[in-house]
Write a protein that binds this ligand. Sequence first.
Ligand SMILES: [Mg+2]
Length: 93
Amino acid sequence: MNLTDEEQKIIQKAIKTWGNQAQLLMVLEEMSELQKEILKNINRHQQNMEAIVDETADVLIMIEQLQHIYQIKDAVRARIPQKLKKIQNRLGE
Ligand SMILES: [Mg+2]
């Protein structure tokens, strides 16, 4: 995700203020909230696109923090082409 410098500062301040462990647990909490909204959408046919947008944004913000905490942003970015290549292969392309 491309964040502005100001947005990056907020990410860093959140980690500094609340600590690595709390923020890593928040990654799990936000992922679980998104899972719940996806399940509501599919299983219960709920019209919850607003909640899905909301929870997706939360997850992306927490993934940013995860990458910052573990200092893996460049490594993750570098892994993506390989992962996409695998998918492309499975698609028979
Ligand atoms: Mg949330």
